[in-house]
Design a protein around this ligand. Structure first.
Ligand SMILES: Cc1cc2nc3c(=O)[nH]c(=O)nc-3n(C[C@H](O)[C@H](O)[C@H](O)COP(=O)(O)OP(=O)(O)OC[C@H]3O[C@@H](n4cnc5c(N)ncnc54)[C@H](O)[C@@H]3O)c2cc1C
Length: 354
């Protein structure tokens, strides 16, 4: 019998497990393995300013083996419909997402029980506590906990258990890795309304060039392939696929999409819908929401679900403002206006010797 069971060991689950009071008997369950085999979370692996700020508040420093080559300071935005290209300054840290997750996991204190290579397959609420069924390295196990926390990302089993009828806008994210053949590695952001009303990205990472995008579910693979064809015409080197990754990604479209939990069960990170609908940046919200929940649980609040919901007010408001910002990026006439005027863009100076 645990006090708290956390499902998911991404940035949200690992942060919560690190910050909980050591008097709690805590268990964390995650599908991933530490030996590099099995499930890897598909991700652009860009640590945005908000995520850097979230980490800095704990006075943590990032080990250099988490970083990848190169570090990029500008994003090349391409609107395939109008052919407009603009560059914008960005302050991302380019990192290896799998190693980043392992680093966050390494900070969890020893008193926390960690089940890796374990999938939570069923949840039941019985007599005031939660019963979780796990499949751990092929074996079935049951654990019981007073509180459960869904830190299990976009396809959260905890969210589906708590809110079986609630729908949230979601896309299929597909990305492929290619050998890096670009003379000048770059980061690019692609808008292509013919194939997706969300966006696509391309980034150079440690000798690879990753191209991916978030697509509506119907014909997502065809949309991805269509886009690859178009981008090859734009000079993208998308030959010799090394690996293909695919997962669900949430894109909240209204305030009501954010769900923080009920009945001693909580949602943090993307499971709660905490991800930017404009950029799909989600690491900062994962870390911040985990911190808010740790404060509530450590304070032994009488009504922890209400207290956590209240604590996340500013975060929900911030993400809601990003929903309002979306038309300027995704409504083609407005995007064309923003890109044509060049607001906030930078000029790229060509070296005459090259
Ligand atoms: C393709 C793509 C690119 C992205 N790029 C970026 C980016 O560059 N920068 C950024 O900030 N954000 C990015 N995001 C968003 C970001 O990845 C997520 O918002 C963030 O990882 C959410 O963190 P989390 O801890 O809530 O969930 P996750 O990181 O998704 O972690 C959930 C964990 O739960 C585990 N899990 C899931 N189900 C179960 C289960 N049933 N049993 C046991 N374990 C389970 C998984 O193994 C996983 O480790 C991207 C998303 C996608 C899809």
């Amino acid at each position: 019998m645990y006090d708290i069971a956390i499902v998911g060991l991404g940035p949200a689950g690992a942060t919560l497990a690190r910050l909980l009071n050591r008097n709690f008997h805590v268990v964390v369950i995650d599908k991933k393995r530490s030996d590099g085999k099995g499930f890897h979370k598909p991700c652009g692996g860009l640590l945005a300013l908000d995520a850097q700020k979230a980490i800095s508040q704990f006075d943590l420093t990032l080990p250099k083996d988490v970083l990848v080559d190169p570090q990029i300071f500008a994003v090349r935005s391409i609107d395939l419909k109008t052919g407009i290209i603009r560059h914008y300054q960005r302050f991302y840290i380019n990192l290896d997402r799998y190693k980043f997750d392992l680093w966050l996991k390494s900070l969890i204190p020893d008193n926390v029980d960690i089940f890796e290579d374990s999938e939570c397959t069923r949840i039941e609420y019985y007599n005031g506590s939660y019963n979780l069924q796990l499949v751990c390295s092929g074996e079935t196990k049951d654990i019981t906990a007073k509180y459960i926390v869904g830190a299990d990302g976009a396809n959260s089993i905890v969210r589906r258990f708590l809110y079986p009828h609630k729908k949230i806008r979601s896309y299929i994210a597909i990305q492929q890795w290619f050998p890096e053949k670009n003379l000048n590695p770059f980061y690019s952001c692609v808008f292509d309304p013919e194939n997706t009303d969300c966006y696509s990205w391309a980034i150079s990472k440690d000798g690879y060039f990753i191209f991916g995008g978030a697509y509506p579910k119907n014909n997502c693979h065809m949309r991805f392939e269509n886009q690859k064809k178009r981008l090859k015409e734009w000079g993208f080197c998308l030959e010799e696929v090394q690996k293909t990754e695919c997962c669900l990604v949430l894109r909240p479209s209204m305030l009501n999409d954010f769900c923080t939990g009920k009945d001693n069960a909580f949602l943090i990170g993307e499971a709660a819908g905490f991800i930017s609908p404009s950029s799909l940046e989600g690491i900062s919200s994962a870390i911040n929401s985990a911190y808010y929940l740790s404060e509530v649980l450590n304070a032994n609040e009488v009504n922890p679900c209400f207290a956590y919901h209240k604590k996340t007010f500013k975060l929900r408001l911030k993400l809601y403002f990003k929903i309002l910002k979306c038309p300027f990026m995704y409504f083609p006439p407005l995007r064309r206006f923003v890109m044509t005027t060049g607001i906030n863009s930078i000029n790229i100076i060509k070296n005459i010797n090259e």
